[in-house]
Design a protein. Structure first.
Length: 390
């Protein structure tokens, strides 16, 4: 299926939505669509895996996001690129420390195989400019009697990894959702036991752990460990509707920024963000949560919100109109958020998820209100269905 213009190594396959090769694209053709500045920034991402080199990668990452945004690349695709770069930074740091530890007589090679998983927005492929780090280790099984001989290696590796991630611009998680915490560092069997416990205990704390955990994706190491755990979690979610109901209960008050008569609501005057809308906590978060729960309920293994929406449409859990409204809403929300973050970064302001209502055009405000109504309808449907089932 190689096209006549392709000469070999400089060509790559083009896949359709089902992952089937439908053609070939030469590197020169692909690069022709990018601006010169974008290409320059892309080349910076191949910097060496030293701390200073990775700091340069993080700096280039923000500029690259801005260049792609200016080139009219859709915001979710920019988010996916940001996420891929952050995952690559995790992998580069781990490779470096594994190499250093292997030559250190006190450590050597890993005592068992392992997988790094990325949680939260990084697991969904939906990073914005400055996410913190959420990560965990899945270790191969070993006898309990060997714990004191095996676990210290991964404690050391996790401490080195999280310290370097913080140094290059991925801050430590304030909630300690990192592989340095034994809650997030377990063997394959222990992870399955812990997920089962979380789903049966259903305390507010364990439900919040699940909220963070269920978006995990592979980051480094044995990919089959990640895939096995994903298969287990997907099956457990589909078999436990009561758990899904309890998860929704702790999120039920997470609403969109709509006030009286369906008008956009802004923050109060005394919180320092008067006239602004928090497009994360009153926009993307209510949507991501609802789509995640509905996907768990229907056994959909995807982690990105768009992939989950597609899966929900394919299994008729939502109709075509709802899919288009929610997918379009997510595109609009992420575009507005990314645009504001880039503007704040360029102006030297703190990068947050607050967007001034005054910065939106009339059409953007109308579209945003439509997005919020679609999210509100979805959450209202979940609330009604859960109340009717139980």
């Amino acid at each position: 299926m190689r096209s006549p213009s392709c000469g070999g190594a400089s060509c790559g396959p083009v896949l359709d939505e089902m992952g089937v090769v439908c053609g070939m694209l030469s590197l020169s053709e692909a690069l022709g669509y990018l601006s010169e500045r974008t290409l320059e920034l892309t080349r910076l991402l191949t910097h060496e895996a030293t701390l200073e080199g990775l700091k340069a990668v993080k700096s280039a990452q923000v500029e690259l996001a801005g260049a792609l945004f200016d080139d009219n690349v859709p915001a979710p695709e920019v988010q996916l690129l940001l996420t891929d770069i952050n995952r690559d930074i995790h992998a580069r740091i781990l490779r470096r420390h594994l190499g250093e530890m292997e030559t250190d007589k006190n450590w050597g090679k890993p005592p068992v195989d392992f997988s790094l998983i990325i949680l939260g927005s990084g697991g969904r492929g939906e990073n914005f400019l400055f996410p913190d780090q959420d990560n965990a280790f899945i270790l191969d099984g070993y006898p309990d009697k060997d714990h004191s001989a095996i676990d210290p290696f991964f404690v050391e590796l996790a401490e080195r990894m999280t310290k370097d991630l913080d140094a290059v611009g991925l801050p430590l998680c304030r909630g300690f959702v990192m592989a340095t915490n034994p809650v997030w560092r377990k063997t394959k069997r222990q992870w399955r036991d812990q997920v089962a416990y979380w789903m049966t205990s259903r305390s507010p704390a364990t439900l919040r752990y699940c909220d963070i955990f269920f978006d995990f994706a592979h980051g480094f190491g044995r990919a089959e460990y990640t895939a096995e755990l994903r298969e287990y979690v997907t099956g457990m979610g589909a078999r436990n509707p009561g758990f899904i109901k309890d998860m929704f209960a702790i999120q039920e008050d997470h609403g969109v920024a709509l006030g009286w008569f369906g008008r956009l609501a802004t923050e109060a005057d005394d919180d320092g963000h008067a006239g602004m809308i928090n497009l994360k906590y009153n926009g993307t978060l209510p949507l991501v949560e609802a789509v995640r729960l509905l996907s768990l309920r229907h056994g959909i293994a995807g982690t990105s919100t768009l992939a989950r929406l597609k899966g929900l449409r394919q299994c008729d859990a939502i109709d075509g109109d709802a899919h288009d409204s929610l997918a379009g809403g997510l595109n609009h929300l992420t575009r507005l958020l990314l645009r504001q973050q880039l503007a704040d970064f360029k102006a030297g302001n703190k990068v947050t998820s607050f967007v001034p209502k005054s910065s939106l055009t009339r059409r953007e405000k109308e579209h945003l209100a439509d997005c919020f109504r679609a999210i509100q309808d979805l959450r209202g449907r979940l609330s009604s269905e859960f109340s009717g089932e139980f």
